[in-house]
Design a protein around this ligand. Structure first.
Ligand SMILES: *[C@@H]1O[C@H](CO)[C@@H](O)[C@H](O)[C@H]1NC(C)=O
Ligand SMILES: *[C@@H]1O[C@H](CO)[C@@H](O)[C@H](O)[C@H]1NC(C)=O
Ligand SMILES: *[C@@H]1O[C@H](CO)[C@@H](O)[C@H](O)[C@H]1NC(C)=O
Ligand SMILES: *[C@@H]1O[C@H](CO)[C@@H](O)[C@H](O)[C@H]1NC(C)=O
Ligand SMILES: *[C@@H]1O[C@H](CO)[C@@H](O)[C@H](O)[C@H]1NC(C)=O
Ligand SMILES: *[C@@H]1O[C@H](CO)[C@@H](O)[C@H](O)[C@H]1NC(C)=O
Ligand SMILES: [Cu+2]
Length: 570
């Protein structure tokens, strides 16, 4: 089946795929996003959630490469909010990137802010989400970027397109979940469900009436745009009976390959073509966690949606429809399946890898524990407080100015520029016996400065402090080539030989393997301040983040634009 389908797709592959950064601009789109709380019922309970325009998931933005988006956000909820356009390069428009206290102060209740940016040289699926505390649990939606001309898809134009947004649901208000955990220092409560387009599906109580359904016709070739919008879980996802052909990831085209299962870390997207070539019936799409931290509790439930063929065969008179076919999913700890999938993603043709490297950086990423405040007992292990860090610095958000504003206005005391290029202590990063004296990180608001245009190679090294775990690391404002991933401690003498210098994939989020490493490369050609962080919200809450400050280059076209007049201040 696979062998039959693939040549057909490959023949259709237009080999001149690389998207040119066209100077002729596309359409200008205006949107109004009102942040408002509405009651929704899930898992038998009703609670009020923050939404955009009362929709959950929020509105889909459909654009073409080259379009300019002008999105006015009006905050009518009781929370501070910011929105982030995940994966958008934001050339010269860092002011519109969104992470709170990094590129702007939050939009306060009653306030508003207009995000303005142009999509340049990106096609595929991205998404938008709140970037303030844990609001993104319910404030998110798809951002679809089509080619400027329909004829320039590098694959057969699909008959139908579906967005499949995987989310995570708590019975409690997620803002309360993180607030409680921040007070005690304990690990936040795990979620109660995963969702597909906002619905948990048939395997949960009080949910089967509203299971998401994707109506298809026999014989069609359809595009499914998968987005992992979950807060704290990497997800395996599969469609029963159907082979998926991966054609894009994080809004970059890939060399097409067939697979029966996808793995998506929070933040990642994957576009797949699926031929509706099975006997007309109903087939489950199912998603559940890929969990790598030994002994750490996780949500082990399974979300489903249904791919339903139009065949007049579902409501036989008096006969209940047959239950949909269920797919095989890998075990929760199937690292081999996760690695096989990530390593199959490649650029569609040889790339021009930026070289030579100007900045060779080595960052450890992992967990840690902080001592509790004096005279208190915290809720983490042995009365401690959970923490996380990069190069032993646990990131602390500023409060009086965003880092971008402090940079532009040269406000002292908001951040320091001494983020270390390498970990302060060399140890057996992935070993089982990391000395307890190494477990407590330093706290700080440190940036690493990059000259405009410098070529950066960054090795992200997981540690096994407290628990080794896969960390999905996301870089704002950039795509990067993933040169290689490996298990154990990165050894330059041995491991640089494994770098894919031919067709490495271009992405915005890389899952750094548990007890392993990933190497990425990018050119610092976008001035501004850009957050690098773990996209598990539990870890960013604990400080697994840092900031690259990219200096202006020569002249206006290599410099950050002036701040918008309505930029929210602290
Ligand atoms: C679903 O409902 C049943 C019956 O009321 C109950 O026993 C079970 O605990 C519920 N499951 C969940 C996950 O809430
Ligand atoms: C999910 O976790 C619960 C609680 O730890 C456990 O009782 C249950 O057996 C697990 N279910 C699966 C399918 O692993
Ligand atoms: C995965 O979990 C199963 C049972 O929970 C265990 O037997 C197996 O050794 C684990 N595999 C890995 C690779 O950790
Ligand atoms: C907690 O303390 C006990 C006893 O000192 C020790 O054995 C254990 O390793 C500690 N656990 C953590 C996570 O620090
Ligand atoms: C991190 O820094 C703290 C404070 O300086 C130190 O005690 C600890 O050993 C360091 N840990 C590592 C892994 O570098
Ligand atoms: C909202 O943001 C402002 C800074 O702009 C801050 O002073 C305030 O504490 C924040 N409110 C909440 C509830 O976090
Ligand atoms: Cu993480």
């Amino acid at each position: 089946m696979v062998a039959l389908k693939l040549p057909f797709l490959l023949l259709a592959l237009n080999l001149s795929l690389f998207i040119s950064i066209s100077s002729s601009l596309g359409e200008v789109q205006h949107h109004e996003f009102v942040i408002q709380e509405v009651p929704v019922k899930r898992l038998c309970k009703t609670r009020s959630i923050a939404t955009v325009n009362g929709q959950f998931p929020g509105p889909t933005i459909e654009a073409r490469n080259g379009d300019t988006l002008i999105i006015t956000v009006i905050n009518q909820a009781k929370y501070n909010v910011t929105l982030h356009w995940h994966g958008i390069r934001q050339f010269r428009t860092a002011w519109a990137d969104g992470p709170e206290f990094i590129t702007q102060c939050p939009i306060r209740p009653g306030g508003s802010y207009t995000y303005r940016f142009t999509i340049r040289g990106q096609e595929g699926t991205l998404w938008w989400h709140a970037h303030s505390s844990w609001l993104r649990a319910t404030v998110y939606g798809a951002l679809i970027i089509r080619p400027k001309e329909d004829s320039s898809y590098p694959f057969v134009k699909p008959k139908k397109e579906f967005s499949v947004i995987l989310g995570e649901w708590w019975d409690q208000n997620p803002m309360e979940v993180v607030r409680a955990a921040t007070i005690t220092g304990a690990s936040p409560d795990i979620s109660d469900a995963f969702t597909v387009n906002g619905q948990p599906g048939d395997l949960y109580n009080c949910s089967s009436e509203e299971t998401t359904t994707f109506p298809v016709n026999p014989g069609e070739l359809n595009l499914f745009r998968f987005i992992n919008a979950a807060l704290n879980a990497e997800l395996f996802v599969s469609i029963a009976g159907h082979t998926m052909t991966v054609v894009a990831a994080d809004a970059s085209y890939t060399n097409p390959f067939p697979t029966s299962v996808l793995i998506l870390a929070p933040g990642q997207t994957t576009d797949v073509l699926v031929a509706m070539d099975q006997p007309p019936s109903r087939y489950y799409i199912a998603a559940r966690a890929y969990a790598t931290a030994n002994g750490v509790p996780f949500d082990n439930t399974t979300a489903t949606a249904v791919v339903e063929y139009d065949c007049g065969c579902h409501s036989g008179l008096g006969q209940p429809p047959a239950p949909p076919v269920f797919p095989a999913l890998p075990a929760f700890n199937d690292t081999a399946a996760a690695a096989a999938f990530s390593c199959s993603i490649k650029s569609p043709k040889p790339v021009k890898l930026p070289a030579p490297v100007d900045e060779g950086l080595f960052f450890t990423v992992g967990l840690g524990l902080l001592d509790c405040e004096p005279d208190r007992v915290c809720g983490g292990p042995n009365g401690s407080r959970f923490s996380a860090s990069i190069n032993n610095v646990s990131f602390v958000l500023p409060t009086t100015h965003s880092i971008l504003q402090a940079h532009r206005l040269t406000v002292p005391g908001v951040f320091t520029s001494d983020f270390p290029a390498a970990p302060p202590v060399k140890f057996d990063f992935t070993g089982d016996n990391v000395g307890r004296e190494l477990w407590q990180p330093e706290q700080g608001t440190k940036v690493y400065r990059l000259k405009y245009g410098s070529v950066v190679e960054l090795v992200l090294q997981g540690t096994s402090i407290f628990a080794a775990e896969n960390h999905p690391i996301h870089l704002h404002g950039y795509n990067f080539f993933i040169l290689a991933e490996g298990i154990g401690n990165f050894d330059p003498a041995r491991d640089t030989a494994k770098f894919n210098q031919v067709d490495p994939p271009l992405r915005n989020t890389v899952g750094v393997p548990a007890r392993g490493w990933a190497a990425i490369r990018f050119v610092a050609d976008n001035p501004g301040v850009w957050l690098l962080h773990c996209h598990l919200d539990v870890h960013i809450t604990w400080g697994l983040a840092m900031v690259f400050l990219v200096e202006d280059g020569a002249g206006q076209l290599q410099s950050l634009e002036p701040a918008p007049v309505d930029l929210p201040l602290c």
